[in-house]
Design a protein around this ligand. Structure first.
Ligand SMILES: *[C@@H]1O[C@H](CO)[C@@H](O)[C@H](O)[C@H]1NC(C)=O
Ligand SMILES: *[C@@H]1O[C@H](CO)[C@@H](O)[C@H](O)[C@H]1NC(C)=O
Ligand SMILES: *[C@@H]1O[C@H](CO)[C@@H](O)[C@H](O)[C@H]1NC(C)=O
Ligand SMILES: *[C@@H]1O[C@H](CO)[C@@H](O)[C@H](O)[C@H]1NC(C)=O
Length: 420
């Protein structure tokens, strides 16, 4: 066990990187031998900002701030758990980037294109519903690569403005100088590549494995290249959760003849494709670690974390009888309160009494309670390949994770606005 975790540790480092670590250890020893003083207390490994890229699971306004679509998250009961109103999130409350900000006591991460109320001091969120890692035009013309271009534009524009105006009127809202190099770049992407290919593009499993996933990986590697050339050093990738266990997949596909389900009732071929994506992601990140030494590139195993919650729900406060059921939705198809014709927020839909017991919020996306557990794990390096334990490293405090906390209690009215 200790040998294999030692070997994993070495995998996380490239050889150049390892030499740097050995040199650093030697330097630290030499230093303490001379001065006898402890190592610096403010840990430089703690992110000063977050830059998030992804789809609807981490969207905090990327879709609704830009497109004049009419979408369910604009309607009650979306947002009711923490925000007490619809908050442009595909959730009843907080999503993972919100929990990350709360853990660090930062303002909530702002969506990049929020009109009239921007604040990039602690980074920005580029995530938008429907985004794919591959350049898949079947649903949205939004790909990971576009979000990365948005980041590059923001950095260029903010930097040139800071250089041009000694007294920039919005200086306090521009990214801090150390936010690019000392920020944590988080990614939650991949699920839509697989789902679009099946539900919208009618591709076979073989086409997904030989075309879609490799295309996604080319873009992920390009993403890391672009961001490292812009100073990024810390990356945390969330892999694809098992969408075969989602309420929508089970409701729509389980009754089709020939579609195989597992002992939990999940759709086998979707989970297998998610794992094929995740395996490819492992390989891609292994290459990236060699290509870009000196960076920390972690993968949070969202798939395994989701599986753990579905396997042992009561350990984490979820009701074992309700793990596949949508908290908010409508009957009419299947038995899980999901009806694609009457979705959450629309006339005829209902909402469960206690969303804390539920994994699934609206048939497609997860609950505030689910994302809380995922965030606790991701921040402490659990289920993580090349883990960083921010919980201990940065002395995180989870007071604001409480289910009773609200947007107004955490961010009381002040001149230093925390928009959402
Ligand atoms: C989907 O693809 C299969 C072949 O893989 C084909 O038989 C079927 O007609 C296609 N369905 C649609 C709706 O295009
Ligand atoms: C996706 O599109 C971007 C931008 O046009 C391009 O640079 C990239 O090479 C494309 N990726 C693939 C896999 O074709
Ligand atoms: C990806 O790598 C992690 C860490 O080695 C491993 O636990 C996981 O099973 C891998 N995922 C797949 C799908 O191979
Ligand atoms: C991370 O650190 C916290 C606080 O010290 C500890 O409770 C937790 O077990 C650590 N996580 C892992 C995965 O080791």
């Amino acid at each position: 066990m200790s040998t294999s975790s030692g070997a994993r540790f070495l995998d996380c480092l490239s050889w150049r990187n390892l030499a740097a670590v050995l040199f650093m250890i030697a330097a630290l020893n030499a230093d303490s031998a001379i001065s006898g003083t402890p190592v610096k207390s403010a840990n430089p490994a703690c992110p000063t900002a977050f830059w998030n890229f992804g789809d609807s699971l981490t969207d905090t306004g990327g879709t609704l701030d830009v497109f004049a679509y009419s979408l369910d998250p604009e309607r009650s009961p979306y947002g009711e758990s923490f925000f007490k109103r619809p908050a442009k999130r595909f959730c009843n409350g907080r999503v993972v980037p919100d929990y990350f900000s709360l853990a660090f006591n930062y303002p909530l991460l702002q969506p990049y294109l929020q009109a009239g109320a921007f604040d990039y001091n602690y980074g920005a969120n580029f995530a938008a519903g429907g985004t794919t890692a591959s350049n898949d035009t079947s649903r949205n013309p939004i790909f990971l690569i576009n979000q990365v271009s948005e980041f590059v534009r923001l950095k260029q524009s903010a930097t040139s403005q800071k250089n041009q105006f000694a007294c920039h009127p919005f200086k306090q809202f521009l990214p801090r100088d150390d936010s690019y190099g000392e920020g944590l770049y988080t990614f939650e992407i991949g699920g839509n590549d697989v789902l679009n290919a099946i539900l919208l593009r009618n591709l076979t499993a073989e086409q997904i494995i030989t075309q879609v996933i490799p295309e996604a990986m080319i873009n992920i590697l390009a993403t890391i290249k672009i961001l490292t050339s812009n100073g990024a050093k810390k990356f945390l990738f969330f892999n694809a959760p098992n969408a075969g266990c989602s309420t929508i997949a089970i409701t729509v596909l389980a009754s089709i003849p020939g579609v195989q389900t597992d002992e939990m009732g999940c759709i086998v071929f979707i989970n297998e494709l998610d794992q094929a994506y995740n395996k490819a992601l492992n390989d891609t990140i292994a290459s990236a670690r060699l290509l870009y030494p000196g960076r920390t590139i972690s993968i949070f195993n969202y798939y395994d974390a989701n599986l753990e919650i579905l396997t042992n729900p009561s350990l984490y406060g979820f009701n074992p009888a309700l793990t596949k059921r949508a908290c908010c939705g409508a009957p009419g198809l299947g038995t899980l309160n999901y009806n694609p014709l009457v979705t959450c927020g629309n006339p005829g839909s209902n909402k469960c009494a206690n969303s804390e017991e539920y994994v699934n919020w609206d048939g497609v996306h997860f609950t505030d309670a689910f994302y809380r557990q995922i965030s606790l794990w991701a921040l402490s390096g659990k289920f993580t390949d090349c883990p960083v334990n921010y919980t201990s490293l940065c002395n995180l405090d989870f007071r604001n994770f409480a289910k009773s906390s609200t947007y107004n209690s955490v961010y009381p009215q002040s001149c230093r606005v925390t928009f959402t």
